[in-house]
Design a protein around this ligand. Structure first.
Ligand code: C5J
Length: 232
């Protein structure tokens, strides 16, 4: 075990061993973040999500600079929609639904332009990308096996949207025994009040779902413990 890194977090300090920690970047996909995608067709202001892209890229860069594990997820479905329950497809805006043709190809369908990650947060060929049919990253995926294979016990979490796929994944992970830190300024919602409420819920009752901290606190903790990471 390497000496732990301790982050000034809420509701109290978060300590992690980098060798047992993965960064999981949730659904930084064009369909949620860029104009013309699924998020915008649902009537949302994607500008809110676009604003965090540099911070998420910075966080990914921090992990890459140390050689720590980075995992990406993408929400999406097979072209025949066999993994998309009608209950999921039939809800939402009346205009465009999952699988319908949109400005960036079929909405949330594997391989379509909108399903891809935004360029600034693209995965390296060596980084696992988990394709998930649900909001949580464990449901219907091999994420649990992947984490077990790497001996991961701690997850640093970022991505969109805070109260949907990010929170669902964090709750799934918490129930499986992972110690989770959500990076506050590397996650965003179309609804600022929902983001604020989610951060409050996560760290309430002594960290019932986990911890939260800004990226600056994480970088400061890494730099304090490993000074050569300062440039990340
Ligand atoms: C949503 C997600 N919001 N990635 N997906 O439908 O949070």
């Amino acid at each position: 075990m390497t000496a732990p890194i301790t982050v000034d977090a809420q509701p109290f300090a978060y300590s992690f061993d980098p060798a047992r920690t993965a960064l999981i970047v949730i659904d930084m996909q064009r369909d949620f973040i860029e104009p013309g995608g699924f998020g915008e067709t649902l009537g949302n202001d994607v500008g809110l999500l676009q604003a965090i892209v540099p911070t998420v890229a910075d966080l990914i860069g921090l992990f890459r600079s140390r050689g720590w594990l980075v995992i990406h997820t993408r929400e999406g479905h097979k072209p025949d929609l066999s993994d998309c329950p009608p209950a999921k497809r039939e809800r939402g805006a009346p205009s465009l639904r999952i699988g319908d043709p949109g400005p960036m190809g079929r909405i949330l369908i594997h391989g379509e332009p909108g399903h891809g990650l935004v360029e600034a947060c693209a995965a390296l060929p060596s980084e696992p990308v988990i394709d998930k049919p649900g909001k949580g990253s464990f449901y219907g995926t091999h994420l649990g096996v992947l984490l077990a294979d790497h001996g991961i016990t701690h997850l640093v979490i970022a991505g969109v949207t805070t109260e949907v796929c990010v929170q669902t994944t964090m709750r799934e992970a918490n129930d499986r025994g992972y110690e989770c830190l959500l990076v506050e300024d590397a996650t965003e919602s179309y609804f600022p009040a929902f983001k604020a409420a989610t951060l409050d819920m996560i760290r309430a009752q002594g960290g019932i779902v986990g911890w939260t901290a800004p990226l600056a606190a994480l970088k400061e903790a890494v730099a304090r413990r490993m000074p050569d990471a300062l440039s990340a």
